[in-house]
Design a protein around this ligand. Structure first.
Ligand SMILES: Nc1nc2c(ncn2[C@@H]2O[C@H](COP(=O)(O)OP(=O)(O)OP(=O)(O)O)[C@@H](O)[C@H]2O)c(=O)[nH]1
Ligand SMILES: [Mg+2]
Length: 317
């Protein structure tokens, strides 16, 4: 799974990226960043950890998630930023500032999480489509688009059946498309069509508050999570043996790395299954609702072809 982190400048994207990937990329109050950070995180899963402790395998292979953290996008600069990296992502993590910091001026003057995501600017594809910009004219591959159709017409034709939405620059996430239109849109990597996790970056005191995101409603195809990015960044730098205590003190059961990834799996309809043995304990990712036979195919097509049986084992924490 690949998740792209975006949002307004200084919303705490890199702080979150550091927490998720246990990295130490520079965050800062004063200078706008212009670098893209890429990192990979192993997916924390207590079930898999238990299996590792049980089998003590030679190799332990958790699922991996790739995170890409792009510089802040504001209305003025947004058009010129190269968002190509985000177009290949499975889903987006939109960081919205909800923390107070008198030293850190907010781009729009004050902190308002509801407004922060209502705009949905970072994925403002409709404007590009209407103007026939890069997003409309560059499908990711000719094969996805269909060999007999000129590149740029597919996406615009599909979206163009909603002229009012295009005029209003409505996020494509809010529109319903039929199967045929959906097929035409696929392959363009349109940002405003990708499933999105809204991360409200809240003050430390609210890190473990179940109501921290109350009052902010999530648009369609969007999930909502409150995280205190800076606190989690600090905890991720501690000795792993101490991290649990600090999380518990903040009222958190799991670190953001686990919560964000779980939300991503949920949004994309993905689940994990595990293979175990003395050689290797490993996690695999498949679509929710897949059969055991399909899962076997994720490991090797031979196992799918020669599938014998599945056994079900009860599990509890
Ligand atoms: N008080 C407080 N400060 C935070 C929090 N999260 C991030 N910050 C601070 O806000 C500043 C900006 O954070 P970054 O993570 O660099 O923000 P960014 O969105 O990556 O910024 P750009 O990449 O420049 O757009 C840093 O000084 C962070 O330490 C938070 O939850 N609370
Ligand atoms: Mg940054």
């Amino acid at each position: 799974m690949q998740l792209g982190i975006l949002g307004l400048p200084k919303s705490g994207k890199t702080a979150l990226f550091n927490a998720l990937t246990a990295s130490r990329q520079a965050t800062g109050k004063f200078r706008a960043s212009n670098t893209t950070n890429v990192g990979v995180a192993a997916v924390g899963d207590r079930r898999l950890e238990q299996l590792r402790d049980l089998y003590r395998p030679k190799r332990y292979v958790p699922a991996q998630v790739r995170f890409v953290d792009v510089p802040g996008i504001d209305r003025g600069r947004g058009e010129t930023l190269d968002l190509a990296e985000l177009r290949t992502m499975d889903a987006l993590v939109h960081v919205v500032r909800a923390f107070e910091d008198a030293e850190l001026l907010h781009l729009a003057g004050d902190v308002d999480p509801q407004r922060g995501h209502r705009d949905d600017r970072p994925g403002a594809d409709p404007r590009r489509l209407r103007g026939g910009g890069a997003a409309a004219s560059a499908p990711r591959s000719g094969a996805e688009e269909g060999a007999d159709r000129p590149g740029e017409t597919g996406a615009r034709a599909a979206v163009g059946s909603r002229p009012a939405a295009l005029e209003a620059e409505t996020s494509l996430r809010r529109l319903d498309f039929d199967a045929e239109e959906e097929k035409r849109l696929r392959g363009y990597g349109l940002l405003s069509r990708k499933p999105m996790l809204l991360v409200l970056n809240v003050d430390e005191e609210l890190a473990g508050d179940p109501d921290a995101a109350a009052g902010v409603d999530a648009p369609p195809c969007t999930d909502l999570l409150a995280v205190s990015a800076r606190l989690e960044e600090e905890i991720s730098r501690l000795d792993p043996a101490d991290q649990g205590d600090f999380l518990a003190e903040a009222g958190l059961d799991q670190p953001s790395a686990v919560r964000v990834v779980q939300a991503g799996y949920e949004l994309l309809g993905l689940i994990s299954f595990f293979t175990v043995g003395e050689d290797e304990v490993r996690a695999w990712t498949i679509r929710r609702g897949s059969t055991a036979v399909t899962a076997a195919g994720a490991v090797h097509s031979d196992i799918e072809r020669g599938f014998i049986r599945a056994e079900v084992t009860a599990w509890r924490t």
